[in-house]
Every structure is written in structure tokens, then in C-alpha cells.
Design a protein around this ligand. Structure first.
Ligand SMILES: NC(=O)c1ccc[n+]([C@@H]2O[C@H](COP(=O)([O-])OP(=O)(O)OC[C@H]3O[C@@H](n4cnc5c(N)ncnc54)[C@H](OP(=O)(O)O)[C@@H]3O)[C@@H](O)[C@H]2O)c1
Length: 437
């Protein structure tokens, strides 16, 4: 049998401790599958004394993950610390430069430094595997990197943040407000004490930026992503969406258009009958559309110790199965030096259907003025519904418009015009509608 693969794990939190546990519990099975043992020979975390719920006394402890990354005691450096700078970046870079394979679950790091790290990995002839960084346990990186050669991707989109999907699912099922569900999600551990990163779309954007690079062969451009979170989604939106045959999801969407590549993260209305609309709670899903394959949808657990560990261990097992001298495939599906500059499509040129909810003064002429603003901007309407707002029927009304395909620029201009006309009693709500099978 080949020599054992020696693994060093930096970070022994939710994911790191699960990885160590599964490597121990499934050791015999992994040896059979990989043709060699996989052993945890080194570990690093902040607090040496903390109980990790697993005996790791046979592994050498390192206070400094960078030192661990450089030691000759390991063949693979597993980074599960997190963060886009600091010890995570320094240790991953050090490991690659020292010729160690790296496995990471760190989307923030890859979104910011992925291309530079890929260049080092490819120069050194080692693997940089990151299946767990996008959609947790769902094998979407492998699918895009290895199983879709020759396909040209036209669009990739998905539910990439379990916290947001959990909140939206409960808002719809229970008819309660965003704030109420968020508080409960924090109590149950589904949302962080500071939830901004999740609910305002940053986490989805990091993951989307990696998928975009794999889909279109472009350099990662996380800072160029248009981003809107879910904190302004109300029960009125969810109910109106249901009445119109839609469900609201926070989607990350990357799409090739005539003017460049669109990357956007925002609340989106998808048809209730579509497959992605059936993805509830903390579950994630990724849809990939290509010229040869058509549409593929992968769905499954997007976070949590075990699900994420499953992806990390899959990456470690791939390294265990590889043999010295074997030429490894490139990190982002094509050599890092061949990744093209990212050509950004302006959000103003985004084309699609729109849901617009307006709360207006209940007076003569308002309805006609709204219709005129739409017509002036060449927006054709699929439907326009007006009804009284319960409890305040005498003073104001809600007008809900659904447009046929139009542009973001036209919608913004029309809504700005309506706002200037002075008919609104509340902020207008605009939600994009996404085609989904
Ligand atoms: N949790 C998930 O469901 C999930 C899913 C997908 C991807 N990820 C990614 O996986 C990574 C880890 O996430 P997690 O949830 O496991 O985080 P976590 O529970 O906060 O664990 C972080 C670990 O890093 C250690 N650490 C922090 N600073 C360190 C330093 N300077 N030197 C050495 N160790 C240090 C901590 O040590 P102490 O324990 O001693 O404090 C802790 O063990 C992140 O990149 C995250 O984005 C997580």
C-alpha cells in the first residue's frame, strides 16, 4: 500500500472538528477507497486547551498555522480558519509555496485572492481544492470544473445562503415579519449575532464570484457584483408574490449577455412551480444552464459541520488518490493565466420582468399617472392591480404592477418619476423576476 497521506488541519471549529471526526470514524472506508491511509498528523487552532470532542493527541500541535503549513510533516494543508486575510491567507500561501496541496472551505479568501493563489498552486504543481467553499456539501465545483468540459455556460444561478432561505421560507409559511424570523433564527443558531454578512448578500456574492469564474473562464470579480439583501422584504411582498404565482428567493445570478457578464445578488421572484422554488429552509441549490447539457439543478445541504466536512473530505480523498508525477487539473477549470478579464454588464442594462409595489394616496388621477409613467418609459405591463391597504383603506391604496420584459434603466426612471409626482406614501418596492424552469 502507498504511504499514508498526512493531513494538517488549521481551524478546529464547526467544520475543522467535524473533518477530524469523520476522518477518524470513516478511516477504514477511506483507506479502501483511496488505497492508502489518511492520517491527521498536525493541527492548529487558537485555544490549545479547548475540548474539541475528539482525541487529537496523536497530532502535533502548532500555535501558528503558517508554521504548520511549512512543516515537512504534512502532505496536505487543510485551511478551516476563515477570513480573507490574516492567518488564513498567510497559511494557504505558505503551504502552496512550500509545495503542499491545500484544501479550503474559505469562500471569502477565494473571492479575494483565488486567482493569485491558483497561480501559485499551478506553478508548484499542487492542488488547491475548495469544494466546501460554495454551497457546502453540494458537489458543484467538481461538477463545473470536471464534468462539464466542452459545455458553454449561459447562466448559473442559485440559492447560496441557507440563512436567507430559512428566513424567507418561514416568513412565507408563518406570515410573520422579517425581524421576528431573524430574531428566532439567531436564537436557534441559523443566523449569526451580526447577520449583515448573510442577509445583505455578501456571502452569496462571494460564492457567486467563484461560480462565475468557473462558468465563464473569467478572473474572479467579487467587488463588481450588484447586491441587494432581503431585509426590506415584507409580508406584503410575499403575499403579492404568492397571488401572482411567484415565490421570493435570494438568488445569486451570473449570466452572459450581449454587453458583458451580469453578476447580481438580490431578492428574486421565481415561478412557484419551478424546481428552485421548492428549495426550502437552509437547503442550497445551484442551477447551471449550458448549450450542450441544458439545465442542471443540484440541491442539498449548504452548511453545517458534517455536510461541509463531506465536501472537505472529498477534496482530501482526491489528493490521496492522485499519484506523484500526475499532472493536476487547473484550479478554476482552465489555467489561472488564461482566465480572461471580467467584462461587467451594467445593471442598468439588465433585461427582465419586474414586480413593482407602490403604496399611494387614494385620490383621483394616481392610477392614470402611474400608467403614464410606465408608458413614457416603454414599459409594457402584464398586470396592474389596485387594492385598499387594510386598516387604512380611506387614506391609501396599494398598486401592484408586473411588467413584461423591460430594462432596469426604464424601471428606475419610471419609479423615480412616480416618486417625484408625489403620489407615494411609502418607499416603492421593486423586485426582479427571474425565468426558472
Ligand atoms: N460552518 C459552516 O457551516 C461552513 C460552511 C461552509 C464553509 N465554511 C467555511 O469554513 C471555514 C471555517 O468555518 P467554521 O464555521 O468552522 O468556523 P469556526 O467554527 O469559527 O472555527 C474557526 C477555527 O479557526 C481557529 N482559528 C481562528 N484564528 C486562528 C488563528 N489565528 N490560528 C489558528 N487557528 C485559528 C479557531 O480556533 P479556536 O477554536 O481555538 O478559537 C477555530 O477553531 C470558514 O472559511 C467558513 O466560511 C463554514
Amino acid at each position: 500500500m502507498a504511504e499514508a497521506l498526512r493531513v494538517g488541519i488549521a481551524g478546529l471549529g464547526t467544520v475543522g472538528a467535524s473533518v477530524a471526526r469523520v476522518l477518524r470514524d470513516k478511516a477504514a472506508e477511506l483507506t479502501r477507497q483511496c488505497g492508502r491511509d489518511i492520517i491527521v498528523s498536525a493541527i492548529s487552532a487558537r485555544d490549545r486547551k479547548r475540548d474539541r470532542g475528539i482525541d487529537l493527541s496523536s497530532a502535533n500541535w502548532f500555535d501558528d498555522p503558517v508554521k504548520m503549513a511549512q512543516t515537512a510533516e504534512i502532505d496536505v494543508f487543510v485551511e478551516l480558519v476563515g477570513g480573507d486575510e490574516g492567518p488564513a491567507r498567510a497559511s494557504v500561501k505558505a503551504a502552496l509555496e512550500a509545495g503542499r496541496h491545500v484544501v479550503t472551505a474559505n469562500k471569502a479568501l477565494l473571492a479575494k485572492h483565488g486567482v493569485a493563489l491558483a497561480e501559485i498552486a499551478e506553478k508548484k504543481g499542487v492542488l488547491l481544492n475548495y469544494e466546501a467553499a460554495v454551497a457546502g456539501g453540494i458537489p458543484v465545483i467538481k461538477t463545473m470544473r470536471e464534468a462539464m468540459a466542452g459545455n458553454s455556460v449561459t447562466r448559473v444561478f442559485g440559492i447560496l445562503n441557507g440563512t436567507c432561505n430559512y428566513i424567507l421560507t418561514r416568513m412565507e409559511a408563518e406570515g410573520v415579519s422579517f425581524d421576528v424570523v431573524l430574531k428566532d433564527a439567531q436564537r436557534l443558531g441559523y443566523a449569526e449575532a451580526d447577520p449583515t454578512f448573510d442577509i445583505e448578500g455578501h456571502d452569496t456574492a462571494h460564492k457567486l464570484s467563484i461560480l462565475t469564474s468557473l462558468a465563464f473562464g473569467t478572473k474572479i470579480a467579487a467587488n463588481d457584483i450588484y447586491m441587494e439583501g432581503i431585509s426590506n422584504i415584507t409580508q406584503a411582498d410575499i403575499r403579492a408574490a404568492g397571488d401572482l404565482g411567484y415565490r421570493i428567493k435570494l438568488l445569486g445570478v451570473a449570466q452572459r449577455t450581449e454587453s458583458g457578464i451580469e453578476q447580481r445578488v438580490h431578492p428574486t421572484m421565481v415561478p412557484t412551480a419551478s424546481v428552485i422554488a421548492q428549495v426550502h429552509g437552509v437547503t442550497n441549490a445551484v442551477a447551471i444552464e449550458t448549450d450542450i447539457l441544458g439545465e442542471l439543478l443540484l440541491s442539498g445541504p449548504g452548511a453545517g459541520g458534517n455536510a461541509t466536512a463531506s465536501a472537505v473530505i472529498g477534496d482530501i480523498a482526491d489528493i490521496a488518490k492522485s499519484r506523484p508525477g500526475f499532472q493536476h487539473g487547473p484550479v478554476f477549470g482552465r489555467p489561472a493565466k488564461e482566465l480572461r478579464p471580467y467584462k461587467k454588464a451594467q445593471m442598468r442594462s439588465h433585461a427582465g420582468g419586474y414586480f413593482i409595489r407602490l403604496t399611494v394616496h387614494d385620490r383621483i388621477g394616481v392610477f392614470a399617472a402611474i400608467a403614464k409613467r410606465m408608458a413614457d418609459n416603454d414599459i409594457s405591463l402584464e398586470s396592474i392591480v389596485q387594492h385598499a391597504v387594510s386598516g387604512e383603506a380611506a387614506a391609501q391604496k396599494t398598486v401592484i404592477l408586473v411588467t413584461h420584459e423591460t430594462t432596469e434603466a426604464a424601471v428606475r426612471k419610471a419609479v423615480d418619476g412616480i416618486t417625484k409626482d408625489g403620489h407615494l406614501t411609502d418607499k416603492p418596492q421593486v423586485i426582479r423576476i427571474e425565468r426558472a424552469g
